[in-house]
Design a binder for this molecule. Structure first.
Ligand SMILES: Cc1cc2nc3c(=O)[nH]c(=O)nc-3n(C[C@H](O)[C@H](O)[C@H](O)COP(=O)(O)O)c2cc1C
Length: 355
């Protein structure tokens, strides 16, 4: 199979692989630029860049400056394509989005919330907008709203299935029916939804699938089903370039399939993570003390929350995994060594060509 390029609006990536964003700080400039340098799209996560004990003003300033710094660093390391990911649940999402656009980012990926006002925030039509959806219904909601309000459509859609890592756009009940909500089942419906807007706007709206895609054979399968590319995150954690601590990566190397669990996040969504001391202690103690001068996640129900998710994710990023939450995709247990991004991408492309 010849390796297809991935065309997204004004951007052409040489290979159909997007590295999925990983917050908190797991995918910053180092990982994103390494993927971009190999011809894929590297994604910087804008989540959790400030000091959670700081005041609102300080936190927002710190996050803005950190994002600017990461974008600059990435640009010194590659001329390839860099995206920035935002979560609708972030209190300072709008500020960070305008920062990224000001810094020249041309690909904005938006998940965990409906990006209804995104085209208004990003007036520049050369900036490509990629909403993350978990169903055709959500894709239709976003595309219809953008069409009516702004006469604009998406430049690509990321369809994230139930095997992904981090926060998931599915209820626990849906997660218990993996077959019904598999990418194979969701993709045709999303392609169908997108088709109407492709016709209306006379342009291709590529659908990029994410969640559990592990090797070149998986990529070939997604392409054969009509996806234009794939988004992969878990597979890139155990790389030399990944921005997380050695301990975070070691947790992936050590994890067994049965220790990958679904948790209830304080932001009100389920998430997939590694069962570890932190989660066991939480079960025993019931709740950890929370200091929250600035509500970094607007969707976080601080009064009811059993722990501060920003702190827990930050702890694991720094290597304090016993007091941290470690998000991972369902296939994390299949990773057995730390390699370079170049090695992973070469392997994926060889498998894809062979498939
Ligand atoms: C550690 C980790 C953190 C993640 N954080 C984010 C995030 O901040 N924003 C987001 O949109 N997706 C996030 N995701 C989801 C990924 O970007 C990606 O879409 C998904 O994990 C793909 O499935 P895979 O990990 O099986 O390849 C995260 C995933 C992981 C594993």
């Amino acid at each position: 199979m010849k390796i297809p390029k991935l065309q997204i609006g004004t951007i052409t990536a040489d290979i159909p692989i997007v590295q999925g964003a990983m917050g908190v700080r797991v995918s910053l400039s180092s990982l994103a630029s390494a993927v971009a340098e190999e011809g894929g799209i590297g994604t910087i996560s804008s989540i959790g860049l400030g000091d959670i004990e700081a005041s609102k003003r300080e936190y927002e300033k710190m996050s803005r400056e950190a994002l600017e710094r990461e974008i600059h660093k990435a640009k010194t390391m590659t001329n390839g394509h860099i995206a920035v990911n935002f979560m609708g649940a972030l209190s300072n999402a709008d500020d960070l989005i305008t920062t990224a656009v000001r810094e020249g980012i041309k690909i904005i990926v938006y998940g965990a919330g409906l990006p209804i006002k995104l085209p208004d925030l990003v007036k520049d039509s050369s900036v490509n907008l990629l909403p993350i959806v978990s169903s055709a219904r959500v894709a239709e909601l976003i595309l219809r709203a953008w069409d009516r309000r702004y006469k604009r459509t998406a430049d690509a859609i990321v369809l994230e299935g139930p095997l992904a890592g981090g926060h998931l756009g599915f209820s626990e009940e849906q997660l218990n029916q993996p077959e019904k909500y598999s990418l194979d089942n969701l993709l045709p419906e999303v392609l169908e939804t997108v088709k109407a807007y492709e016709d209306r706007y006379g342009k291709k709206i590529p659908v990029i699938t994410a969640g559990g895609i592990f090797n070149g054979k998986d990529i070939a399968r997604m392409l054969s089903l009509g996806a234009s590319g794939v988004q992969m995150a878990t597979r890139f954690v155990c790389t030399e370039e990944c921005d997380a601590s050695q301990e975070f990566k070691q947790s992936y190397l050590d994890v067994k399939e049965e220790d990958i669990v679904i948790i209830k996040s304080p932001v009100g969504m389920p998430g997939r993570a590694i069962q570890n001391k932190f989660l066991l202690d939480l079960e025993i103690k019931g709740k950890f003390k929370i200091k929250c001068p600035y509500r970094c996640l607007s969707a976080c129900k601080v009064d009811e929350a059993r722990y501060c998710i920003a702190l827990a994710l930050l702890n694991s990023y720094y290597g304090n995994v016993d007091q941290g939450l470690i998000f991972c995709g369902q296939n994390a247990y299949r990773i057995d060594k730390i390699v370079t991004v170049k090695e992973i991408i070469s392997e994926l492309l060889a498998e894809l060509e062979a498939a």
